[in-house]
Ligand binder design. Structure first.
Ligand SMILES: Cc1cc2nc3c(=O)[nH]c(=O)nc-3n(C[C@H](O)[C@H](O)[C@H](O)COP(=O)(O)OP(=O)(O)OC[C@H]3O[C@@H](n4cnc5c(N)ncnc54)[C@H](O)[C@@H]3O)c2cc1C
Length: 468
């Protein structure tokens, strides 16, 4: 999630193909981080130069995430989050961003569920019990650290060869800044202690204002008031929907309430794309008008530029973590739990905390025995997993002089990668971060690096043509 609250390709993969000399995997986990040197620019005179490196994500095809973060689609309510957070028989507990009542889809929300679940487990447990924590993201790491501090024995089991989950910092060779494949921002800094914790760990952050410039459909810089009135129209549509007996999508609410007709269609589409789809990972026709945009705290944000993953590393220091241990089954009963991992290996424990992403629960990757109560199953079905993907590009020298932190472009049909964050002013590094969300991101998920790079550069060409 980006902020809380409302606030074709060139088809020349052969020409634009990556050189194949990868910059290496930045986290040493043996996985492909999608970090590559890019090929020499031989055919784009006057266009954006070929970047020296690219890192792109595809969170929906990651089997241990299956999306980027949860959202509430039409018909789902925040009650689903509370229902999933309910302990089962005092033995099986859930944590993770999807169960946080107020700040789902964030790092601080996930962290808060880690603290909350540890308190709930400690409340049930006798001294020195063995607790298994499934998943070494921020929720699992936080819970594990708190339970060890409370005197329990804890084993963290993690499917991947790395910890951090959706906090995934990589440092491929040649990159002047750490690359965040998952979360980049601390949202609503006063809603948590994250800013202080990062500071204490020596992880650099910078205030982020979302100072933006918009390139209009005509290729010229849009006026500052381009989207004036649009957020009011969205609010009006939500208020209209609140009076209905049944939830509708935000897109339907905008049309049926008449709010959409009150504002410029291009400005509305731009607002929905850049303020909403890349925030919630879902499109207006997917989000609940009642709840889809209601969650999250308001407040100032920080951009983490010194490596967000340090947070999880610090929490897990000194703890027992079994990497490469994908959990396939969790049996739970009056006497304890049995957690089944790779090759049928089991851990018998007193209690278990499951922190895997909602996408993994929705896919049924973990067999619960007995099956989860109806309330949990309905909650898992009701909520949805959104998608936000990132494209990081670096150059040896910036080709732009534009200083705004955020660049967006009014999309024409089939346009993609129209939202970029400019790290040059904030970090001195000639790096741009592009975002795609919702259906657009799903469309790119299985496409090749060549295709993604071509589309990203084609989009950036338009910014360059506008004088950036
Ligand atoms: C692209 C992107 C951008 C984001 N941007 C921001 C941002 O700027 N600011 C912000 O606050 N939030 C952001 N978020 C959201 C934030 O990253 C998450 O809400 C948070 O990190 C989730 O933490 P978690 O512990 O709940 O889950 P995770 O970090 O996903 O941890 C769950 C762990 O479970 C493991 N696992 C999965 N299946 C199994 C299994 N079967 N057995 C064992 N282990 C398993 C996973 O590998 C993972 O390590 C972003 C997320 C993404 C994807």
């Amino acid at each position: 999630m980006l902020r809380a609250g409302i606030g074709a390709g060139l088809g020349a993969g052969a020409i634009w193909g990556l050189s194949g000399c990868g910059e290496g995997d930045g986290d040493g986990d043996g996985a492909n981080d999608g970090a590559n040197n890019t090929g020499a620019d031989v055919s784009r005179p006057g266009a954006v130069p070929t970047p020296a490196g690219m890192v792109r994500t595809s969170w929906s095809t990651d089997p241990y995430a299956l999306g980027s973060y949860s959202y509430l689609p039409v018909g789902a309510t925040p009650q689903a989050r509370a229902a999933l957070a309910e302990p089962v028989g005092g033995r099986l507990f859930f944590a993770g961003e999807a169960v946080h009542a107020d700040n789902p889809a964030t790092v601080h929300g996930a962290q808060a569920t880690g603290y909350a679940v540890a308190a709930a487990v400690d409340n049930e447990a006798d001294a020195g019990e063995l607790i298994v924590v499934v998943g070494a993201g921020i929720a699992g790491a936080t819970a594990a650290q708190a339970l060890v501090a409370a005197g329990h024995e804890v084993i963290v089991v993690e499917a991947q060869a790395r910890v951090g989950g959706r906090l995934h910092t990589v440092r491929p060779a040649g990159w002047p800044v750490p690359v965040e494949r998952g979360a980049s921002w601390v949202h609503a800094i006063h809603a948590s202690n994250l800013a202080d914790e990062l500071d204490a760990l020596g992880v650099a952050t910078v205030p982020f204002e979302y100072a933006d410039v918009v390139v209009g459909a005509d290729g010229e810089l849009a006026d500052d008031d381009f989207t004036d009135g649009v957020s009011d129209a969205v609010e009006a549509a939500i208020e209209w929907a609140d009076e209905l007996d049944d939830d509708v999508s935000l897109a339907d609410a905008l049309v049926q309430s008449g709010a959409a007709a009150e504002v410029d269609a291009a400005a509305l589409a731009h607002f929905l794309r850049t303020e909403l789809t890349t925030e919630y990972g879902a499109d207006a026709d997917e989000l609940s008008a009642w709840w889809g945009t209601e969650e999250g705290s308001e407040g100032d944000d920080l951009l983490v530029v010194g490596g967000y993953g340090a947070l999880v590393d610090a929490a897990l220091t000194g703890l027992e973590v079994r990497l490469g241990w994908p959990v396939a089954g969790v049996a739970h009963g009056d006497d304890g739990v049995v957690v089944t991992g790779p090759g049928g290996e089991v851990i018998e424990a007193d209690r278990v905390i499951v922190t895997v992403p909602l996408g993994v629960l929705k896919a049924g990757a973990i067999a619960f025995d007995p099956p989860l109560p109806a309330g949990h199953q309905q909650a898992i079905e009701a909520m949805a997993m959104g998608l936000l993907d990132k494209v990081w590009l670096r150059w040896d020298e910036p080709w732009w002089s534009e200083t705004a932190e955020q660049w967006t472009r009014v999309a024409a049909a089939d346009d993609s990668f129209t939202e970029w964050f400019n790290l040059a002013g904030l970090t001195g590094a000639p790096v741009l971060l592009g975002l795609v969300g919702g259906a657009e991101a799903r469309g790119w998920a299985a496409r090749s690096d060549d295709e993604v790079l071509a589309a990203a550069l084609a989009s950036l060409d338009q910014f360059r043509a506008a004088g950036f």
